[in-house]
Design a protein around this ligand. Structure first.
Ligand SMILES: [Fe+2]
Length: 223
């Protein structure tokens, strides 16, 4: 996994502080940072970006990096909220996501694929019609491009089973033939996603996947 800009900023911040340590709290004045202390965290002091300084952005980078674990908490909370959504399916959407990830894991899928399988319908917590794009963008900084594309396009692969009922093209997946993510997405859709509506299946709980979610989201790739 490529480290993100915030990790680079954290490294860059260290020379600005006494002893080379990361600037926090009371260190800020001696470090020469134009920042303020707020409930144990540093805050940059500018009120408009065109007046911001390098040092202030180092503060923001440091604080953002220090709070990266918030991503896992938000993803886990969004997944839990899917337990409230059934929309006519036999299983709720949390159970469906857990079962998709369970099937992927038991088939020996890579960790990032299991993570993506868990999150593939997380967009339904906000909006069902465009849920693949929402889910794909949420996990994008934490997975490879093929896995991002797997989630982004998965509905067109699933459409084989239902697009025709709504006037759509059941062969919508064909437009992705030749793409590097085609085989992976076909396996995801055919072997794990479309069969994951079975209330009698031995589905692993959300707690089982929590360490994976925290590990996968520990570092972001932004650029
Ligand atoms: Fe699904």
């Amino acid at each position: 996994m490529v480290t993100g800009i915030w990790n680079a900023l954290e490294v860059e911040l260290r020379p600005l502080t006494p002893g080379g340590g990361a600037a926090r709290g009371g260190d800020r004045e001696s470090a020469g940072l134009a920042s303020g202390c707020h409930t144990g965290t540093m805050t940059a002091s500018f009120t408009r970006m065109d007046e911001s300084t390098h040092e202030q952005w180092m503060v923001i980078g440091q604080e953002t990096s220090a709070n990266q674990s918030r991503v896992a908490e938000r993803i886990l909370a969004m997944l839990a909220s899917l337990g409230e959504i059934s929309d006519g399916f036999v299983t709720d959407q949390l159970t469906h996501c857990l079962q998709t990830a369970t099937r992927a894991e038991r088939d020996g899928a890579e960790p990032e694929v299991v993570f993506a399988s868990l999150c593939h319908d997380i967009g339904k917590a906000v909006s069902v019609p465009n849920h693949p794009a929402i889910a794909a963008e949420i996990i994008r900084p934490y997975v490879s491009d093929d896995v991002y594309q797997m989630v982004r396009t998965h509905q067109d692969f699933q459409g084989k089973h239902y697009y025709a009922h709504f006037g759509g093209d059941p062969d919508a997946r064909d437009k992705y033939e030749g793409e590097s993510f085609f085989e992976l997405t076909a396996r995801f859709a055919d072997d794990w996603d479309q069969v994951a509506f079975d209330p009698g299946y031995d589905t692993l709980p959300l707690e089982h996947f929590e360490p994976l979610v925290r590990e996968m989201t520990a570092k972001a790739r932004l650029f």
